[in-house]
Ligand binder design. Structure first.
Ligand code: ZN
Ligand code: FE
Ligand code: FE
Ligand code: FE
Length: 168
């Protein structure tokens, strides 16, 4: 962020900024997922997180393609929002001494991550279409659909397994 000089002058600049934001976020998610997988004990939760780590790697590769299509080098810009979600997840996980409660906390944190990603991709897809970047919109839509699917799987686990077991 430029404190002394303003960096965002146009919609294209803003678009690039948000693209760099999700690129940074995806890379932070890739770094934090192995830790969440290690902490989780519920099998279904572990499986979803593992599958999503692999998807996240593909998502980053798709973002690399997006930068390439835009003729820009792949680059991230610090996203305080995703850092906050991950920091909060680590703080809360550190406070849980019951494994099932810990699973519920990890699941809730994972859903917060998915929802952040969903808003970012939603915005970027709308702007890509406005700017006429159809190929970019298509790549971003693939990522968005994976985030939505991951969120849906987490919701299913939350309803049927983790939360009920934690409550019981
Ligand atoms: Zn900036
Ligand atoms: Fe993602
Ligand atoms: Fe952000
Ligand atoms: Fe995700």
């Amino acid at each position: 962020m430029g404190l002394f000089t303003k960096e965002i002058h146009s919609m294209e600049d803003l678009y690039l900024h948000v693209l760099q934001d999700i690129y940074y976020a995806e890379n932070q998610i890739k770094k934090s997922l192995p830790d969440m997988i290690e902490k989780a004990t519920n099998r279904e939760l572990t499986a979803v997180l593992k599958a999503h780590l692999e998807e996240t790697e593909h998502q980053i590769a798709r973002l690399d393609q997006v930068f390439q299509l835009l003729g820009r080098p792949p680059k991230g810009t610090k996203c305080p929002a995703i850092n906050g979600i991950i920091e909060e997840a680590n703080d809360i996980a550190g406070e849980c001494d019951d494994k099932k409660v810990l699973d519920a906390a990890l699941l809730a944190a994972a859903q917060a991550v998915e929802h952040y990603e969903i808003t970012r991709y939603g915005t970027l897809i709308a702007w890509s279409e406005e700017l006429g970047n159809e190929a970019v919109a298509k790549l971003l839509t693939t990522n968005l659909n994976e985030e939505k699917a991951a969120d849906k799987k987490l919701t299913t686990i939350a309803g049927k397994k983790v939360n009920l077991k934690a409550a019981g």
